[in-house]
Design a protein around this ligand. Structure first.
Ligand code: AMP
Length: 304
């Protein structure tokens, strides 16, 4: 098993969904990703928090043996995101993005991070994603995520990072925004011409589309969940499960590995949406994952 290097946000989130709300709960793409990825693998984090970051929040990753040598604490406030969902739970509406300490973050990788073989650039400023990627010596497989905030504010930098990674994971709405395509499949086809050999278009409760430049399309429905409490972090935990599986395999993934990784990612994400914040994904362990995998295999017609 290889370790995964992740750079992303470490955040406090204020979230409102049709069933309730939470104020300044622990979130951020790197936290969600790390909790999910450590079900099958191990993780090194690059990110920054303010001096308001609570010791018990740091403890969540420490208890999962996440390497926090690349997590900087600087004077000021931790990144804060506020958002809500209306009846369309597949799309978050952002109310506020306070970058705070992330605004001046300059990621310098600890020496031992530089040989990481699996690298995930979670949703964060593309300039930071690029700085991290440039410091890794010879990665086996690299991936990234992004969102509307960065497509609107840093498109040129974002396109440069997209050129350099092996796989892009992106929401359907954001894939259309990025490519100018009004159709998700057309966006998936355009994105593999922009650099990455593969793209996963995430479609919330409707599942996903994987498009590989050489192997074409793979479609997967989501694991069925009838009561979604809070979809925040579903994408990041999908990525965590996806990369957790790939790094567990350890070699450069082929198309079959990517399909399997999609199934693991979707299964992990299905736990996330069943509770607020990180609570849902924190319930996942290898035994729970295996149980849901058996059910999922039946639903999608995978027979051993
Ligand atoms: P997801 O629902 O998987 O797309 O990710 C939700 C997480 O992304 C939340 O925990 C937020 O803290 C984090 N987030 C929201 N906006 C941004 C942003 N502009 N940059 C980085 N992270 C963000």
């Amino acid at each position: 098993m290889s370790q995964i290097l992740v750079v992303g946000s470490l955040a406090y989130d204020s979230i409102k969904t049709p069933v309730g709300s939470v104020e300044k709960t622990l979130g951020g793409s790197a936290n969600y990703f790390s909790v999910a990825a450590t079900v099958l693998s191990s993780v090194r984090v690059v990110g920054v928090v303010g001096d308001d970051y609570a010791p018990q929040d740091r403890q969540i990753l420490e208890s999962r043996k996440v390497d926090l040598a690349g997590m900087k604490v600087t004077p000021g406030k931790t990144f804060h995101w506020a958002g809500f969902y209306d009846d369309n739970l597949n799309e978050a509406q952002t109310l506020k993005t306070d970058l705070n300490v992330f605004a001046d973050f300059d990621p310098i990788l600890p020496e031992h991070y530089k040989d990481s073989k699996f690298v995930f650039l979670a949703n964060i400023d593309p300039n930071l994603q690029m700085k991290v990627l440039d410091q890794v010596k010879s990665p086996v497989y690299t991936g990234m995520d992004t969102m509307n905030f960065w497509i609107q504010s840093q498109k040129e930098s974002l396109l440069q990072v997209i050129k350099k990674v092996d796989i892009l994971l992106i929401n359907e709405g954001e894939s259309k925004m990025l490519t100018g395509c009004s159709n998700g499949i057309a966006a998936a086809q355009k994105l593999v011409q922009m650099g990455p050999e593969a793209v996963v278009i995430k479609r919330g409760e409707y599942g996903l589309v994987l498009n590989h430049r050489d192997h074409g399309l793979y479609l997967l429905p989501a694991f069925p969940i009838s009561e979604v409490i809070d979809p925040t972090g579903a994408g990041d935990t999908f990525a965590g499960g996806f990369f957790g599986y790939l790094s567990h395999v350890g070699t450069r993934p082929g198309f079959q590995d990517l399909k399997r990784a999609c199934q693991v990612g979707s299964t992990v994400a299905s736990f996330t949406v069943q509770d607020f914040g990180l609570k849902g994904v924190m319930k996942v362990n290898p035994a729970e994952l295996e149980k849901r995998k058996v059910q999922y295999d039946k639903f999608v017609g995978n027979h051993a």
